[in-house]
Design a protein around this ligand. Structure first.
Ligand code: NI
Ligand code: MN
Length: 225
C-alpha cells in the first residue's frame, strides 16, 4: 500500500491514502504557485499547520463546501468552529491520534501562528504522518532545530527552502542530515521574489552530501511514497 503525495504549491500539499484525501494548508486563490481553484478542490480531511494567511486562506470555504474534517491545534480549531464548522478535531504539539487515514502527530515548529483576522492561533506545528506503513514528515514553516533528529528516519521529508520566512537552503540541507529521509521534496520557495531559490542546485547539494533522493516537483507534481 503506497501513499500518493502531491505538491500543490508553496506550503499547500495533499496526501491520498486508501481512497482518502488529506489536504494540507489550503492556499489557492492568491497563491501564485498554483492554478488550481479552491472551488474544485476535494478533501476528506484538512490539516492545518499554523494560522498564517498563506496556509489558511481558503480553509473556511473549502471546509464548508466539502464537509471535510479540519484537524489543527486547539486554538485554530476553536477559530474554525466559531465560523460555523463543527467537523473539527483539535490536537496539540507532541500529541498523536489515529484518524481514518492513519496516524498524525503534531511536532514542534519554530515560527508564528497568528490568524489573518488577528485571532490567536496557538503554536505552529510540523506534521508527522504514519500512513499505510510510511512515515512522512512535513516540517512546515519553521527554522532549523536540532530536535528534528527525533522525527527521523522517514520515507518522505517535505522541507521549506525559501529562506526569509523559514529555513533557507543551507539550513534545509542540515535538516535533511538530521531527519535522514529516503526522499525529499523542497517547498515554500519561488512563490514571491522574497523567497526565490534554485531548487535544482539545492537538490544537487543534498544528493552529494546525503543518501536522500530529492524530487523537485512543480505544482501538481506527485510522488508515490
Ligand atoms: Ni507561516
Ligand atoms: Mn508560510
Amino acid at each position: 500500500m503506497s501513499v500518493k503525495y502531491t505538491y500543490i504549491g508553496h506550503g499547500t500539499h495533499s496526501l491520498e491514502v486508501e481512497g482518502k484525501k488529506v489536504l494540507i494548508d489550503p492556499f489557492f486563490t492568491d497563491n501564485p504557485s498554483t492554478e488550481v481553484s479552491a472551488d474544485s478542490v476535494e478533501a476528506d480531511f484538512i490539516v492545518v499547520s499554523h494560522g498564517h494567511g498563506d496556509h489558511v486562506a481558503d480553509l473556511i470555504p473549502i471546509a464548508k463546501r466539502t464537509g471535510a474534517q479540519v484537524i489543527s491545534n486547539f486554538e485554530i480549531v476553536n477559530w474554525v468552529q466559531a465560523q460555523g464548522i463543527e467537523n473539527a478535531h483539535p490536537q496539540h504539539l507532541g500529541g498523536g491520534f489515529n484518524h481514518d487515514f492513519g496516524h498524525l502527530k503534531l511536532t514542534i515548529a519554530h515560527h508564528g501562528s497568528g490568524l489573518p483576522d488577528g485571532a490567536y492561533g496557538g503554536n505552529p506545528a510540523g506534521l508527522l504522518f504514519t500512513v499505510a506503513g510510511k512515515r512522512i514528515y512535513l516540517a512546515c514553516d519553521t527554522a532549523l532545530f536540532l530536535d528534528m533528529k527525533l522525527y527521523g528516519p522517514v520515507d518522505l521529508f517535505v522541507v521549506p527552502i525559501g529562506d526569509n520566512f523559514t529555513m533557507g537552503p543551507d539550513d534545509a540541507l542540515e535538516a535533511v542530515k538530521l531527519v535522514n529521509p529516503k526522499a525529499v521534496v523542497p517547498c515554500h520557495y519561488n512563490t514571491w521574489p522574497l523567497i526565490e531559490q534554485d531548487a535544482e542546485a539545492w537538490a544537487k547539494r543534498v544528493e552529494a552530501e546525503t543518501e536522500a533522493k530529492v524530487h523537485v516537483l512543480s505544482s501538481g507534481g506527485s510522488l508515490d511514497v
